[in-house]
Design a protein. Structure first.
Lengths: 288, 167
């Protein structure tokens, strides 16, 4: 499978990327790791006329503490996030979830900004970012702006990015030693989640809970979060995990089974984050 | 467009279409046909090569994205005198293959596994090779081969060209 022909532009700064986007218009796409974009281009589901390669922008690959947040460059590859000592100490949910994306070869190429921009409802890291209440920093023709991630994922492969914008940074709270968990159900270890649940105990109090593959976009489990805030037990809160979701039925699972998984994985993740249970391993998850 | 990269220690400069994938560039322009294309969709790992020290699936990388990179394919693993790389030797001695189609990708991914973890457990080898499929289901001997290769020490996670393989 070979993509449709396109022109290729290599840029070495964010300003050059913004200028190239302005020049080439809506048919241009940003290329970083290419592990979401190139597969859909090979399937001709995307036929951009110009690719703007930002992988040569050196200062988009970093994980650093910035005030009460951790700032992560959009070009940070999953492999680098997985192995970042700063990320492991400050926001351990993220490097753990990065380690659960695809396989080593995929993690060597795929980037955090890329997976957020792609906005696949079954993707691991956007689910974790949603649970953490991340901020998405965008650069565009009018400078930079920050969008809360709860307002970023709008629908099926649809984000709040305007024409001419690209993601330059993700910002997450420093959760440190607070509880967290990621429970992912797959048939094969390197697959997308059939359903997954991310839980993060947040510095301001409160628990963030998010679900993958329970609708057209990654979702906050708002009913679960509200029940926990009201002091309900983990069991009571997790029973509400499928509320307000619209899971699809496909060859992997029907909607009813996905709803069951959402409740089960949310309960497990909440218990793990609370220190009341051991995190699932690949083997024990497969036996669910 | 013009693309330059170092492939198996040799500097190569070629004219490519922007849409040319690295796997096709290696096979069709450079004649390095050990790199197989299996699923062509980032799943099976048969096209795994090492780019700047990291294993990648070359069906999902543009040739242009390897500009200025160090690329190692299976052809670049053996020494100049033909001596097999420790991972190749172990795949031979442990019979880590059946039909052989996945083997070049398995070998390259295994070098990456041993670079990240020179002394892996059986479980860690299986997790490290999660991105490589053997449709003969010959995984047992493949895992045995990687464990055997690890006995050779750190050299099993290195490639002959002066480049580091880091994970």
């Amino acid at each position: 499978m070979i993509p449709s022909p396109f022109d290729y532009v290599r840029v070495s700064s964010v300003d050059e990327a913004v200028a190239a986007l302005a020049e080439h218009g809506e048919d241009a796409k940003i290329l970083a790791g290419g592990h979401s974009l190139l597969p859909i281009m090979k399937l001709r589901l995307a036929i951009p006329s110009v690719l703007i390669d930002i992988s040569g922008i050196a200062d988009l690959n970093y994980v650093r503490v910035d005030g009460d947040q951790v700032a992560i460059g959009a070009g940070t590859r999953h492999h680098d996030l997985e192995n970042s000592d700063v990320a492991k100490a400050e926001v351990p949910l993220l490097p753990h979830v990065a380690s659960r994306v695809g396989d080593p070869q995929v993690r060597h190429r795929g980037t955090l900004g890329g997976t957020v921009a792609h906005c696949d409802p079954a993707s691991d890291l956007p689910t974790a970012l949603l649970a953490l209440g991340a901020d998405v920093v965008l650069a565009g023709p009018n400078g930079r702006r920050t969008v809360p991630i709860t307002e970023f994922f709008l629908g099926f492969f649809e984000t709040a990015m305007e024409e001419g914008e690209l993601i330059v940074e993700l910002r997450v709270p420093r959760t440190g030693d607070a509880g967290w968990a990621y429970e992912k159900f797959t048939r094969r270890e390197n697959d997308w989640p059939i359903v997954s649940a991310a839980v993060a105990h947040l510095p301001g109090g409160g628990v963030g809970v998010a679900l993958a593959n329970m609708g057209g976009v990654v979702l906050k489990a708002t009913a679960v979060e509200a029940a926990l805030a009201e002091g309900k037990s983990i069991e009571e809160a997790a029973a509400l995990a499928a509320e307000g979701t619209s899971p699809s039925s496909d060859m992997h699972a029907d909607a009813e089974y996905r709803s069951h998984l959402a409740r089960l994985l949310t309960r497990r993740a909440l218990a793990v984050a609370a220190g009341e249970a051991e995190a699932s391993t690949a083997e024990s998850t497969a036996a669910a | 467009m013009q693309v330059s990269m170092t492939v198996n220690g040799q500097q190569r400069t070629d004219e490519v279409e922007p849409r040319m994938l690295l796997a096709h560039h290696l096979r069709d322009n450079l004649g390095l046909t050990a790199t197989n294309i299996g699923c062509d969709s980032t799943s099976c790992g048969a096209c795994t090569v090492i780019v700047d020290g990291l294993s990648v699936k070359s069906c999902t990388v543009l040739a242009l994205q390897a500009e200025g990179s160090q690329v190692t394919t299976l052809e670049g693993l053996a020494g100049e005198d033909g001596e097999l790389h420790p991972v190749q030797a172990a795949f031979q001695s442990e019979h880590g293959l059946q039909c052989g189609f996945c083997t070049s990708g398995m070998v390259m991914a295994s070098v990456g596994v041993l670079a990240a973890n020179p002394n892996p457990t059986d479980r860690e080898v299986r997790e490290g090779l999660e991105g490589n499929l053997c449709r003969c289901t010959g995984y047992h001997n493949i895992v045995q081969a990687v464990l055997k290769a690890a006995e050779a020490g750190p050299v099993a996670g290195q490639v002959p060209q002066s480049q580091e393989v880091s994970a």
